[in-house]
Design a protein around this ligand. Structure first.
Ligand code: F6R
Length: 588
């Protein structure tokens, strides 16, 4: 989604903001722009496409110490220079992340006041409203407070006003925004990587607060415009975590961090084969709902299979975008778990707020520290994946899968299963170092692919299929293996790629029968299994280490991720920033 960075300080602002924008690229965008103070004026430069295009039309040496920048992921109006941010109306210039849901009615009212709009965006009403109320109040803070009350939806805003060219104003509601102080100046940003080159200390702006940044100072105001303080947080990862470090793509780099991510997550919750008290006791719940989007939803499905099997608790898994509007069957005996890497996904957050408002216990499994979902939930379990930059999630998926397996053990009080995690990092490393390019070469020229598997392998098929389609644009679908012949097998033809996953010993033969049905129709079969079988129902096979079912999904996902990466690489796709996608989906 959109990214915001702003700087006010002693140094030249343009190189800092343009550089910061590059660290927000991972969020997904289709145009970029900046507004800066120069010669007592606000100058705006915007361009469709990559930040490098914007950079090519900006003189980085221009003398400015105040600048706000933005990457836009189009929601209202096509990617165009006019629709790109910053937007200026009257004296106010604004960059915005989020969506203003009532912008049409606001726009109508403002038009009646003779205010003219240039773009199709929802954002443009914000500077228009600010300008309108500023004319009445003659006070920027008061105008911002009034506008906050008028806006419905989600937003993080960076604001500059022509009457006060030494400050950046910022507010947030539902969209992330951090404030960072450094000895040479102060920042606003959508995420920590954008400011890591200058400082690892930051403040998390609370909803409704207004931050006012000058060269030497940051003042935070509460809802009543009284000064207030925020606790300074320290980003624990290092700067390198947001750098490529020699890898061609972040996706590959992040996959190769998985052995460490596994250890970090496991060791955080378990010591000497015992749970630390960082894992609360959830014994009292009689049923569980898991709610999430995309890959996090597939982790939820893995969780269902593991929790039902090892803890004997019924689990319902639902997409957050559906759950938030569904009839609610959760009660006081239900624990509702929300899984999210970013902790900012709009549908997941909205579903969480709904459940909270009903007084039902909620648990967030989140990667980003202090994110909205983490702050909203009653309980929190952080995964220790570190900063994930590539749009397609990999290491966070593996960390979440590790955590959900630990949770199944905790819920089922099956402490003896913790030993199954010993040495898993070595198996992960082994799998990371295998050559998957040879399989990618057989897949990359196809425009379709099928993944089939049963039970927990079906959840992994869904993830493998999503990874392939989002990074390589191959139309790939996943089926519960037994379901294929109820219609979709008609699509299997000479050479159609079928990836069959079979790791659960008791049902391997059942899945093999389904794979054979595709082979009989001349599919190209890549068989991924923990049981090495010599047979002619497959063309290629990947044999996984034989480990306990509780940890198997942590390994199974690795070849799926790397194959998706290698295929996308062969197809010369924009792997870290697939078209139309955003890292953190902060709109409904
Ligand atoms: C796919 C992917 C997405 C996310 C989904 C939820 O690779 O990354 O499907 O899993 O958008 O995002 P989070 O986990 O941030 O809530």
């Amino acid at each position: 989604m959109c990214g915001i960075i702003g700087y006010v300080g002693k140094n030249k602002a343009l190189p800092i903001v343009l550089n910061g924008l590059k660290f927000l690229e991972y969020r997904g965008y289709d145009s970029a722009g900046i507004a800066y103070v120069n010669d007592k004026n606000i100058k705006i430069v915007k361009e469709v496409g990559r930040i490098s295009s914007l950079e090519s039309i900006v003189d980085k040496n221009e003398d400015t110490n105040v600048c706000i920048g933005h990457t836009r992921w189009a929601t209202h109006g096509i990617p165009s220079t006019i629709n790109s941010h910053p937007h200026k109306v009257g004296k106010f210039t604004v960059v915005h992340n989020g969506i203003i849901e009532n912008y049409l009615s606001l726009k109508e009212k403002l038009k009646k006041e003779n205010i003219k709009f240039k773009s199709e965006t929802d954002t443009e009403v914000i500077p228009a409203l600010l300008d309108y109320y500023y004319k009445q109040e003659k006070d920027i803070l008061k105008a911002i407070k009034i506008v906050k009350e008028k806006l419905e939806g989600s937003y993080a805003l960076g604001i500059i006003c022509e009457d006060d060219l030494e400050h950046i104003y910022a507010i947030r509601c539902g969209s992330p925004l951090i404030i960072a102080k450094s000895k040479d100046g102060n920042f606003i940003a959508s995420d920590v990587p954008a400011i890591l080159e200058y400082t690892n200390k930051y403040l998390l702006l609370e909803e409704g607060q207004i931050a006012v940044l000058s060269k030497n100072n940051v003042i935070i105001y509460d809802n009543n415009l009284q000064e207030t303080k925020l606790k300074e947080l320290t980003f624990k990862g290092n700067k390198d975590s947001a750098m490529l470090n020699g890898y061609k793509h972040y996706m590959l780099k992040e996959i190769h961090e998985e052995d460490q991510v596994f250890l970090d997550t496991y060791n955080y919750y378990v010591k000497n084969n015992k749970f630390l008290n960082t894992m609360p006791d959830f014994k009292k719940y009689q049923n569980i709902h898991i709610v999430a989007c995309g890959s996090a939803y597939y982790v939820g499905l893995i969780g269902k299979y593991l929790i039902e099997e090892y803890a004997d608790i019924p689990v319902k898994v639902e997409l957050a975008s559906e759950y938030r509007y569904a009839k609610d069957f959760a009660d006081k005996n239900t624990l509702v778990i929300f899984i999210s890497q970013s902790g900012e996904t709009a549908d997941t957050l909205a579903a969480l707020k709904k459940v909270n408002s009903e007084g039902i216990d909620t648990l967030a499994i989140v990667n980003v520290y202090g994110s909205s979902i983490a702050r909203e939930a009653k309980y929190n379990l952080y995964v220790k994946a570190g900063v994930e930059i590539a749009v397609a999630t990999t290491k966070a998926f593996l960390a979440q899968t590790t955590l959900i397996a630990l949770l199944a053990i905790k819920l089922g009080n099956k402490i003896e299963l913790l030993k199954e995690f010993n040495n898993l990092d070595k198996y992960i490393k082994e799998l990371l170092n295998k050559d998957y390019k040879k399989y990618a070469k057989k897949l990359f020229h196809h425009n379709e692919a099928f993944f089939i598997g049963r039970q927990v392998d079906y959840a992994l098929c869904l993830e493998g299929s999503l990874k392939l389609k989002e990074t390589s644009y191959i139309n790939s679908v996943a089926f519960a293996a037994g379901e294929l012949k109820h219609g979709s097998i008609s699509l299997i033809n000479n050479g159609t790629p079928v990836i069959g996953i079979a790791t659960k010993e008791e049902i391997i033969n059942k899945t093999i029968s389904n794979i054979k049905e595709t082979k009989a129709r001349n599919a190209y079969v890549l068989y991924i299994t923990s049981r090495d079988i010599k047979d002619n129902f497959y063309d290629d096979k990947i044999v996984l280490p034989k480990v306990h079912d509780i940890v198997m999904p942590i390994l199974t996902v690795i070849p799926l991720q790397i194959i998706a990466y290698e295929v996308a690489n062969l197809r010369k796709c924009d792997i870290d920033k697939p078209r139309n996608l955003a890292k953190s989906v902060t709109v409904e």
